[in-house]
Design a protein around this ligand. Structure first.
Ligand code: HEC
Length: 158
C-alpha cells in the first residue's frame, strides 16, 4: 500500500466507526424494544369519559412534571434529564405505537421515566393509554376519495 492509500483507508475506518457510534447512540434513544406479546395486547378498558377523567388526574399527578400538561414533553422537570421526555402529542409517533406498546412502556418505564407497574393498577395504566392518545391530533381518516381513485386506477389496469 502506498502511504496515500493507507491514510485513505484510515479515514474510511474512522468515518465508519463514527457512523457506528452515532447509530448506536440514536438507537438507544429511539428504539425501545417491546416484546411481541405485550405489543399485541388490546386495551380491555372501555374508552369512556370516566376512564379519561380518572387517567387525567393520574397524569397531572405522576406524568405532567416530565411530559407537560399537554403531553409535549415540556414539563417543569424535563430539563433535568439528558433524555427528553417523549412528545406524546406527536401524531406520527403515537400512530406507530400500539395500545399494548404504550401500556408496556408505562408499566416498565425507561430511565429517567420510572416504572408504574407497582404504583398504578393495570386498570389505571390502561386508562392512561386512552388518555395519552388524546394529546395527538387524530390522524385524518383515510381519504375516501384517494382510496376510491386508487381502486379505480387499479381496476383499469389490464
Ligand atoms: C421522570 C420523568 C418522567 C415521568 C414522571 C414520566 N415519564 Fe414518560 N417518558 C419520559 C422519558 C424521558 C421518556 C423517553 C424514554 C426513552 O425514549 O428512552 C418517556 C417515554 C414515555 C412514553 C413512550 C414514548 C416513546 O418514545 O416510545 C410514554 C407512552 C410515556 N412516557 C408515558 C408516561 C406516562 C403515562 C407517565 C405517567 C404515568 C409518564 N410517562 C411519566 C419521562 C417521564
Amino acid at each position: 500500500m502506498t502511504p496515500h492509500r493507507s491514510s485513505r483507508f484510515a479515514f474510511l475506518l474512522i468515518s465508519l466507526s463514527l457512523a457506528l457510534v452515532g447509530s448506536a447512540l440514536s438507537h438507544d434513544k429511539k428504539d425501545w424494544p417491546v416484546p411481541e406479546e405485550a405489543r399485541t395486547m388490546t386495551n380491555p378498558v372501555p374508552l369512556t369519559d370516566a376512564a379519561l377523567a380518572s387517567a387525567k388526574a393520574i397524569f397531572d399527578e405522576s406524568c405532567a412534571n416530565c411530559h407537560g400538561d399537554t403531553g409535549k414533553g415540556d414539563g417543569p422537570d424535563a430539563a433535568m434529564y439528558s433524555v427528553k421526555p417523549a412528545d406524546l402529542s406527536d401524531a406520527h409517533m403515537m400512530s406507530e405505537m400500539t395500545d399494548g406498546e404504550i401500556f408496556y412502556k408505562i408499566s416498565e418505564g425507561r430511565k429517567p421515566m420510572p416504572p408504574f407497574k407497582k404504583t398504578l393498577t393495570e386498570e389505571q395504566r390502561w386508562q392512561l393509554v386512552h388518555f395519552v392518545r388524546t394529546f395527538a391530533p387524530k390522524p385524518a381518516p383515510a381519504p375516501a376519495k384517494k382510496v376510491a381513485r386508487a381502486k379505480k386506477s387499479a381496476a383499469k389496469k389490464p
